[in-house]
Design a protein around this ligand. Sequence first.
Ligand SMILES: Cc1cc2nc3c(=O)[nH]c(=O)nc-3n(C[C@H](O)[C@H](O)[C@H](O)COP(=O)(O)O)c2cc1C
Length: 218
Amino acid sequence: MRRHGHPGTRDAAMTTQPHQNGSVENGQTDGGSSADRACGLIDLIARRVSCRAYKPDPVPEPHLHQILEAARLAPSACNQQPWRFAVVRDPVVRRRIVEEGFLPGAKMTWALDAPVHVVIGMERSFVTHRLAPTVSGVDYPWVDIGIAGEHLVLAATELGLGTCWIGWIKPRAIAGIVGWPGSVRPVVVITIGYARDPGSGVPPRSRRKDLDQLVRWI
Ligand SMILES: Cc1cc2nc3c(=O)[nH]c(=O)nc-3n(C[C@H](O)[C@H](O)[C@H](O)COP(=O)(O)O)c2cc1C
């Protein structure tokens, strides 16, 4: 995001001089070298944790615009951009999402305290929902929604906000609550707000499988 420079400054960042200590210094005022920016992004990714306790403080509207912009810029199969967003700040509607739109069995009343719920829906398209999967067997729009959702979450993290993905939902009920037509299927709700205990989450790095278990180097 902004703090780490604009993509348009990438070329300037390449004109860098190595330091004696091996680091790279960039004479430009573009927010740092590409190595610095990469570290910034990895640090941001490592800082994100699911937040399940929120302060009531509202999220400034410009922050919401930045967060949605990050999601809007996500890549998608055939550039279909199947994502749709419902930004729910109204407390009555948020309560309906929690009470009528979440599946039973998981205690998620904490979501009532999050001042914003973003429902991400999937607009079904002929090309990527029907045609392409019959050839490749890959259901692309689900991938697209995942990318857009994580863009959104990382942008929120960058702005000092807590988030949590909620997939344990009743899509039809939520579509009715936010007034989407039948062609848009809710996929997840993402809660957004200021964390009650910032930094209290267990860092993802310590809770993840080792790369040895996940990667096959060829
Ligand atoms: C697609 C998806 C659905 C999720 N659904 C829920 C959910 O319904 N309720 C919940 O409390 N957390 C949900 N989570 C959060 C995960 O439990 C959490 O990301 C995971 O345990 C790793 O913890 P971390 O996010 O703190 O790193 C979901 C996450 C994803 C990506």
